[in-house]
Ligand binder design. Structure first.
Ligand code: ZN
Length: 348
């Protein structure tokens, strides 16, 4: 079985974006704000949006299950205030829940959190609880920079974040460290802001003592860990210079990397540098890079091909990357089938 641990509902029906635009247009005049019930999307529209995209690609590429969350660039936590974010997150999470109920073998849910710049992360706890306990979701996407490219929040290792981590540990859910759109023109969202954030988060984990305080807390750093695997010697050396414990002891019990690296040499390097136990298969399809590589004739985000091509992996290694590690990190999935996980979320 192949579990893709990183997919977003990027193909959601257009009505979702229309509703969001109305919400944003009404920020200065709440009387004009659309009600959540004004967003009407039929089951057939959801099916249509997936059958020709994510589901077709699952079939074509031979992957089985996608751990699915709302579109990351649309989270845009910097827009509006806490209430704006709460309402928007709930709508996006509910839509992912409907996807999981329509296709219980193909998708399980991960939630967007109602973060807002400067607002203490405690505000995310009710939505996280709702998504996990009522909708059957197995994780969350945590944005280390809800300001959208201006980096106003404390590092992820700061006690500012601890109440949310306490809830994550209690619910036994990991977070994918995932920024959203950039409102800083310096940073292109998917080309710079995302990769910067991945690298930044790792460096924060390296310098902080978060995992001494939360030994079972788990994070996935997406996009192959940003620049980290390529610069592993730098991080290893910085930890050593700072008299920190070795990386294995310091972060590798808690921090995992996905395979959303869109060429073979990158995935090959990832598997040589990062321990196999810390790598989770992912493609982020349909995501930031949708084209076909003219050199290979294949989609850049068909990451299964790159893992298949790595000759140094044993059968056990492959099983860990494709399935075993995801079941360990997403503990609420564990040894269960996706259908069982989704059945638990049917009571919503
Ligand atoms: Zn993503």
């Amino acid at each position: 079985m192949i579990i893709d641990c990183h997919g977003h509902y990027t193909t959601a029906p257009a009505a979702l974006e229309v509703w969001r635009k109305r919400q944003i247009a009404a920020l200065g005049d709440p009387a004009r704000a659309p009600k959540p019930t004004e967003l009407v999307i039929g089951d057939d529209e959801i099916r249509d949006s997936l059958e020709k995209a994510q589901l077709r690609m699952q079939r074509e590429r031979g992957t089985d299950l996608t751990i699915f969350s709302p579109r990351a660039s649309f989270m845009a936590h910097h827009i509006g205030n806490e209430a704006t974010s709460r309402e928007w997150s709930r709508i996006c999470n509910d839509l992912v829940h409907r996807v999981c109920q329509l296709y219980p073998d193909n998708f399980i849910g991960v939630c967007q959190l109602p973060q807002s710049p400067g607002v203490r992360p405690e505000n995310c706890i009710p939505e996280l609880e709702r998504c996990v306990e009522e909708l059957g979701f197995v994780g969350c996407n945590l944005n280390p920079d809800p300001s959208g490219g201006h980096w106003k929040e404390p590092p992820l290792t700061d006690r500012w974040w601890y109440p949310l981590y306490e809830k994550m540990v209690e619910l036994d859910v990991p977070a994918m460290v995932h920024v959203s759109s950039s409102c800083n023109p310096v940073f292109h969202a998917t080309g710079a802001h995302y990769i910067n954030a991945d690298t930044t988060a790792f460096m924060q984990f390296l310098t902080g003592d978060l995992f001494r305080d939360f030994p079972t807390l788990k994070f996935i750093i997406p996009h192959g860990g940003g620049a980290v695997p390529y610069h592993w010697g730098r991080y290893k050396g910085i930890a050593q210079d700072l008299k920190r414990p070795p990386l294995k002891e310091l972060v590798l019990g808690n921090v995992f990397f996905d395979t959303c690296v869109y060429h073979y040499p990158g995935v090959d390097l990832l598997t040589r540098v990062v321990p196999i136990d810390n790598i989770l298969f992912a493609s982020e399809m349909v995501g930031a890079v949708r084209g076909i590589d003219p050199d290979s004739g294949h989609h850049y985000d068909d990451t299964r091909r790159y893992v298949d091509l790595v000759q140094t992996l044993s059968a056990t290694d492959r099983h860990k990357i494709f399935e075993g590690n995801a079941r360990r990190v997403f503990a609420r999935l564990g040894g269960r089938s996706a259908r069982e996980v989704n059945a638990a979320g049917r009571g919503a």
